[in-house]
Design a protein around this ligand. Structure first.
Ligand SMILES: *[C@@H]1O[C@H](CO)[C@@H](O)[C@H](O)[C@H]1NC(C)=O
Ligand SMILES: *[C@@H]1O[C@H](CO)[C@@H](O)[C@H](O)[C@H]1NC(C)=O
Ligand SMILES: *[C@@H]1O[C@H](CO)[C@@H](O)[C@H](O)[C@H]1NC(C)=O
Ligand SMILES: *[C@@H]1O[C@H](CO)[C@@H](O)[C@H](O)[C@H]1NC(C)=O
Ligand SMILES: [Cu+2]
Length: 393
């Protein structure tokens, strides 16, 4: 970072208006070169926005999982296991099925699901949520920063990804192969059903870290293979013990979260309203059903919990997927930061039931994971110092 200091003045001069982007050909877009270039441009732009004690010298760098050294990955995995082994922060009986700090993360997301997706809060809520997870990792001995999952690298075979290959430096394997007919998704506000072919797993994660963890909370809205129906536990807040499942799905990843999809999202939409809508496949804005890059990552993991939007944080890989969601948001913001600090939408899922517009003065409350309740406006700048001081490479 220190080497980049001389360009500070240059980027400060440029930062008043939207960055003029190079034009990449389709090959550069599809290979990830363009996205890497956009990340570089975002990094230069971020240099002009430091504040609140966050400087190029102390900024934390978040990087892709496979660029971490094997020892750093093992350090991350043991900290993630430590979160699973740490006691719940709820008072006894408050959330009967929450046995650990990890379950608490699942509960807070479950409980607020209808106020943090397809709302004005989506981007900053999840930004803060994964930041607090990163802090808990550090309290559990992790010496690095939250890594992310660059989806485009894995479109051909997610089960061979360094994140999912079942090696001891991965987050565990695919689920055991279970023959099934795939999913029939009736996405919210979508005009037609979206059929998804089966993934390569379907059963319990069988190898590598996290193969033996027990999920407790949920399911809440788990799609049933081959049916339009969902299943849920009689009481998702009670202990509903079961294994971690995955159904890694190359079709979904290639169709919704490729380098092209991610790059087009970043370069194609100038308002947060459209950016977040396309990212989430918001049916109110589309004439065809889409998962967006967000749903693409979740349904690539699939299974219970990956296909259930309420309890998706039950898969430890959730936090790498949302690291990438936040990175894409960050890159997009940094291409025109002066004009990309606002919110759009209301405080309820698809504005149902109708609710107030989200404003940047609203608070994000993820108690008891954090006692701070930051205003949304304080979560817009990742190098603003309070609470954030990080960039992506
Ligand atoms: C669930 O969320 C609501 C606000 O949406 C909050 O008032 C309530 O305390 C939460 N319940 C638990 C058990 O965390
Ligand atoms: C959904 O489940 C109900 C009862 O569990 C069943 O009657 C119905 O046929 C199912 N619908 C579909 C589309 O599978
Ligand atoms: C995503 O990108 C792929 C090419 O990588 C393309 O075939 C597909 O149509 C795109 N999906 C969407 C939803 O735009
Ligand atoms: C909420 O936002 C919409 C869209 O920007 C706007 O049309 C509407 O007037 C806002 N409502 C209130 C009460 O501010
Ligand atoms: Cu979420």
């Amino acid at each position: 970072m220190m080497l980049l200091k001389p360009i500070l003045c240059l980027t400060a001069a440029l930062s008043a208006s939207a960055t003029i982007l190079p034009s990449w050909d389709q090959l550069a877009v599809d290979s990830g070169l363009a996205l890497a270039g956009l990340n570089g441009i975002a990094l230069l732009s971020a240099l002009g926005n430091f504040g609140g004690g966050c400087t190029p010298a102390n900024v934390k760098i978040r990087q892709e999982w496979r660029t971490l050294a094997p020892t750093q990955r093992k350090n991350y995995i043991s900290a993630a296991k430590c979160i699973i082994a740490s006691g719940s922060l709820f008072t006894a009986g408050q959330v009967p099925g929450s046995f650990s700090l990890f379950d608490d993360f699942v509960w807070v997301h479950l409980n607020q699901t209808l106020n943090i997706h397809l709302t004005g809060t989506f981007l900053t809520w999840h930004r803060y949520y994964i930041h607090v997870y990163e802090q808990k990792l550090k309290a559990c001995g992790y010496t690095g920063n939250l890594p992310y999952w660059e989806w485009g690298l894995d479109v051909n075979s997610p089960r061979d990804s360094p994140i999912f290959d079942g090696s001891d430096t991965s987050l565990g394997s695919d689920g055991a192969a279970v023959s099934h007919p795939g999913l029939q998704l009736q996405l919210p506000a979508a005009t037609s059903v979206l059929p998804l072919p089966p993934g390569t797993g379907g059963g319990c994660v069988y190898k590598g870290p996290f193969k033996d963890i027990t999920l407790h909370l949920g399911p809440v809205a788990l799609p049933i293979y081959g049916s339009l129906n969902f299943t849920s536990a009689a009481n998702p807040s009670l202990n509903n013990p079961r294994c971690l499942k995955r159904d890694l799905n190359p079709y979904v990843l290639k169709r919704y979260s490729s380098f092209r999809n991610t790059t087009d999202l970043i370069t194609g939409y100038n308002t947060v309203e459209l950016f977040q809508a396309i990212m989430q496949g918001d049916g109110r804005y589309l004439t065809y059903p889409s998962l967006g890059v967000h749903g693409g990552g979740h349904f690539t993991m699939g299974g219970d919990p990956g296909a259930d939007p309420f309890i998706s944080p039950n898969d430890p890989a959730f936090f790498l997927h949302h690291g990438q969601i936040d990175r894409v948001f960050w890159i997009w913001q940094m291409l025109d930061f002066a004009n990309r600090q606002g919110v759009s939408g209301t405080n309820t899922f698809l504005n149902f039931p109708p609710s107030a517009n989200t404003t940047v003065n609203d608070l994000i409350d993820i108690a008891p994971l954090s006692t701070d309740k930051p205003q949304i406006k304080s979560l817009m700048n990742t190098v603003g110092g309070t609470p954030f001081c990080y960039v992506y490479i």
